[in-house]
Design a protein around this ligand. Structure first.
Ligand SMILES: C[S@@+](CC[C@H](N)C(=O)[O-])C[C@H]1O[C@@H](n2cnc3c(N)ncnc32)[C@H](O)[C@@H]1O
Length: 366
């Protein structure tokens, strides 16, 4: 399980907003009063998914608080996991220019700002929900001094349909859990406009839920980005060949739920411990060449005496079953092997075919 946790300051902030909305007193009382709003939203994104046109779910402060209590910790954790696997953001002479498209109440942006530490950031956010932008702005103003003193914020209440390539470029563009709410042709248009808005070393970070009825649109967007837009892929694939997986590529990671979400889930009973999501990180520039091989775990690992076996997508564009011998790892590495999760990246020194053609021995990078 990943040890990352949701910052208490963010959890407390949204509890305070919910307290003002409900006139509740203690945490359990506030959460109990918010429960109908939260349940409606939680259902909306799972069992009661409407068509994308009916997406007015962030219509007022109460809806934004409900959204943020339930979804923001999950968003924060997902984006933190994605960011942790990327190499550091390239140096820039000015503040890092970040654009969050379909920002909602800001959880993805906060994860990025926290990841960047004290690096100066010019954050632009865009969403059609004015209530969400107002809440995001208030949250930023309340926490800025303590958490992000070197960041500045600009909000833009416009639909993504009207997003055109701006004159200035961005170093990072976030699209977190947004594309699935757009019609398929707009997904491609937006991807292409976002790609043209990136600085030469910029990164477009896309993360999406697994929506089974929507088909494998991330596979299509990946192929479109590489072949038609000339982008390079930084994650999840350790190669730029056609995706070798049978089904949608996705991660399934575990994390530590904050207290408020544990309380909510003692009533809602959703599977919140597992974060299942698809990601795509693209850039006009490739990753620098490295002697270290990367392999991404694409199934469940199994453990036998002295070894761990796991299916992984490898830098030759194929999936192989990897044999990881425990004796090749130090104590910390052996501990990690016991908790490997789908989507984790293994950094390897070598991959050697074994007698069984589907099995490769994988030695860890030093
Ligand atoms: C599921 S929420 C994700 C919010 C945020 N990215 C996060 O991860 O917390 C999707 C967001 O996209 C926004 N959105 C959806 N379609 C949009 C459109 N056509 N134009 C502008 N915003 C849109 C919604 O208002 C909502 O805030």
């Amino acid at each position: 399980m990943s040890s990352l946790s949701y910052p208490t300051e963010l959890e407390t902030y949204w509890l305070q907003v919910a307290k003002a909305e409900t006139n509740g007193t203690a945490i359990r009382d506030i959460l109990h009063r918010m429960m109908p709003d939260i349940r409606r939203l939680a259902d909306r994104f799972t069992i009661a998914r409407p068509d994308s046109a009916a997406a007015d779910y962030l219509r007022d402060t109460r809806a934004c608080a409900a959204y943020s209590l339930f979804f923001a910790p999950q968003t924060y954790a997902r984006l933190s996991l994605v960011l942790a696997e990327l190499p550091p953001f390239p140096e820039t002479s000015q503040p890092l220019r970040v654009l969050d498209l379909g920002c909602g109440t800001g959880a993805a942006s906060w994860a990025l700002l926290d990841h960047l530490g004290r690096r100066p950031v010019a954050l632009s956010v865009r969403d059609r929900s004015r209530a969400a932008l107002r809440c995001l702005h208030d949250c930023f103003s309340a926490l800025r001094q303590a958490r992000w003193p070197d960041a500045i914020l600009r909000t833009d209440p416009s639909p993504l349909e009207e997003f055109t390539v701006p004159s200035g470029k961005f170093d990072v563009i976030l699209l977190h859990y947004v594309l699935n709410e757009l019609p398929p042709d707009l997904r491609r248009t937006l991807l292409s406009r976002a790609a043209r808005s990136l600085a030469p070393h910029g990164r477009l970070i896309i993360c999406e839920p697994l929506v089974h009825d929507a088909g494998d649109y991330m596979r299509d967007l990946r192929a479109f980005a590489l072949a038609d837009l000339g982008l390079h892929i930084l994650a999840p694939c350790p190669h730029s060949l056609a995706c070798p997986l049978d089904g949608p590529c996705h991660d399934v990671r575990t994390w530590k739920l904050p207290q408020s979400l544990q309380i909510l889930n003692s009533t809602l009973h959703r599977d919140l411990r597992h974060l299942a999501y698809a990601l795509l990180v693209l850039s006009p520039s490739p990753l620098p060449a490295s002697a270290t091989l990367r392999a991404r775990i694409v199934g469940s690992p199994s453990h036998a005496k002295g070894q761990t076996l796991c299916p992984a997508c490898c830098s030759d564009g194929q999936t192989h079953r990897l044999q990881l011998l425990h004796r090749d790892f130090d104590t910390a590495g052996r501990k990690e092997l016991r908790h490997l999760e789908r989507g984790q990246v293994l950094r390897l020194a070598s991959l050697q075919p074994l007698g069984d053609p589907s099995l490769f021995r994988a030695a860890p990078a030093p």
